[in-house]
Each structure stands twice: as structure tokens, then as C-alpha cells.
Design a binder for this molecule. Structure first.
Ligand code: U2P
Length: 279
């Protein structure tokens, strides 16, 4: 129900953002002094599995989605990435800074479905450090022209694709449930997504558990196959390869909450910096 409401809100915003920005054909411009990067070939919507990533969390802060009392039991967004068909990708294409106030109407939805799963702030293209969303917009969003022209449009399109192609639901309808210990054949997971989505996903693992799942789209935002070769040509290291049988583990935030001292210290630190940030 909450998901349906969120989806409706995002759809309205997508239409609005598309109309506001227009769908002209402006190619990605390079930051001053750099050669322009050519137009991308397709998008990868990269999703993270909190059950796997959060298992490595050692300390907490309010910005880390792993630290919430209610566990994240769905794939969350990592980013919408413009990619090339040769397995490489453009990055940091325009000198434009992330501005939180441009996406304020999306804030609650982003918090829920696009949280950072780490405490450290992320690197940005030109201004050092910032929130996870700033990193994704500056590194990938600015290279998404001519399909995406501005920050609001970048986030609304990513959210719209995320809600339209709900991977968590696709897997559970195909009998692949979140569960500690239960192993699924990698080929079954891929086939389940292929069948429900209409394109072959890319799956990244960490010690045999799903860490990321990527769905790919052409420039008209229609499903297409992801590259499988990029797994071998350097974008994903050997340790990220998936074995024949993989797991989709649950995680329990209470386990984290029990390692208290460090957590409270991190919360205090965050409250101080958050106050400065919002002042
Ligand atoms: O895979 C490790 C990191 O490389 C970046 N990446 C990977 C594949 C791709 O198609 N595009 C891409 O950018 C990601 O970097 P990030 O967005 O996290 O900075 C990914 O985490």
C-alpha cells in the first residue's frame, strides 16, 4: 500500500520532471579542461541487497540504512548508471553540484528506498565529500544526457524504474525468498528475473551472497540484457563473482544495536554534524 502510494507520487513527479526538462538532445559535456565523454549506450539500475551489505556493518550512525530498528527487507537503490556496451562507463560529465533542495519532495522516498548502507560520506566529483545521493548524481547522473537533463529528473526516473520493476517481488513470486542459509541456483535467480523483467540481470556476490543485482534498460527505458562480459573485464573483481549456488540472507539490526558503545558515539557525532549541515 505504502509502496503503491510512493509509486503514484513518483510517477507524477516523473511526468512533471520530463515535461519541465524536455527531452532534447544535449550530449554530455566534460568538466573544464577535460575531453567530452561520448554519449552512453544503456542504463544499469544497480540495486543493493541490505541483508548482505549490512552483515559487515561494525558501527552505526543515523545516515546508515543498516542501523534502522526496522530491517530493510527489500533491495535498495545504489544508482542509475549510464554505461557503454564495451563494459566501461562515463563519469563526472558536468560541473554541476548536487543540491538537496532540488529533490526535497522525494526525500522520504529516497530515505526509504535509496539509503546509504554505510556511515562514511561519499566522494563527489568536484567538491570533495557529500551524501550518497550527491555521489550518484555527480558521478553518474551528469553523464545521463540526453535522457536525463537535471538532478530531479535523474532521481525520479531511477525511482520510477525501481517501482515499476520490483526485483524483491519478482524473486519472491518466483519462489526465491529472503532466508538465512537457503541456497538458490544462480541460474534460477537469473531466469526468474529474466522471465519477470524481460532482460538478463547482472548479479554481484560477496562470499556467495547476493550483494547487488542490476537491471538494464535501453535509452527509451525499455528492459534489455545487461552485459555479462563486464564481470570479467575488470568492473567486478574475482571475489564479486557468484558461485553456482547463492544465498539472499536476512539481517537483524538488533545484533548491531547490541554492540552499543560505538553506536552511541557515532550517533552523537552525527547529530553534531547534522546540526551544522542544516543550519
Ligand atoms: O563495481 C564497483 C563500482 O564501480 C562503479 N560502476 C560499476 C559498474 C558500472 O556499470 N558502473 C559503475 O559506475 C560503481 O561505482 P559507484 O557508483 O559506487 O561509485 C561500483 O560501485
Amino acid at each position: 500500500m505504502a509502496m503503491a502510494t510512493a509509486r503514484t507520487a513518483v510517477c507524477v513527479l516523473v511526468v512533471w520532471a520530463l515535461v519541465a526538462a524536455g527531452l532534447g538532445s544535449v550530449s554530455a559535456r566534460a568538466p573544464l579542461g577535460r575531453k567530452p565523454q561520448r554519449e552512453f549506450d544503456y542504463f544499469a539500475l544497480s540495486l543493493q541487497w541490505p541483508g548482505t551489505i549490512c552483515a559487515s556493518t561494525r558501527h552505526c550512525c543515523t545516515t546508515n540504512g543498516c542501523c534502522r530498528s526496522e530491517p530493510l527487507q527489500w533491495f535498495t537503490i545504489h544508482g542509475l548508471w549510464p554505461d557503454y556496451d564495451d563494459g566501461t562507463w562515463p563519469s563526472c560529465c558536468r560541473r554541476t553540484q548536487f543540491e538537496m533542495n532540488k529533490i526535497l519532495p522525494l526525500k522520504d522516498i529516497l530515505d526509504k528506498y535509496w539509503p546509504s548502507l554505510y556511515c562514511s560520506s561519499s566522494s563527489t566529483c568536484f567538491s570533495g565529500k557529500g551524501p550518497f545521493w550527491a555521489h550518484e548524481w555527480e558521478k553518474h547522473g551528469t553523464c545521463s544526457a540526453p535522457v536525463v537533463q537535471d538532478e530531479l529528473q535523474y532521481f525520479t526516473i531511477a525511482l520510477d524504474l525501481y517501482f515499476k520493476y520490483n526485483v524483491t517481488e519478482m524473486l519472491s513470486s518466483g519462489g526465491i525468498q529472503i532466508s538465512n542459509g537457503k541456497e538458490y541456483a544462480l541460474s534460477d535467480v537469473i531466469d526468474t528475473i529474466k522471465h519477470a523483467f524481460g532482460g538478463s540481470p547482472q548479479i554481484v556476490c560477496k562470499k556467495g551472497s547476493v550483494e547487488e543485482l542490476r537491471l538494464c534498460f535501453d535509452k527509451e527505458l525499455k528492459p534489455r540484457d545487461c552485459l555479462t562480459t563486464s564481470l570479467t573485464n575488470g568492473s567486478v573483481s574475482k571475489t564479486k563473482h557468484c558461485p553456482q549456488y547463492i544465498t539472499l540472507p536476512k539481517y537483524d539490526p538488533l545484533v548491531l544495536a547490541n554492540s552499543t558503545g560505538e553506536i552511541m558515539k557515532q550517533f552523537d557525532d552525527f547529530e553534531v554534524s547534522a546540526a551544522i549541515y542544516t543550519a
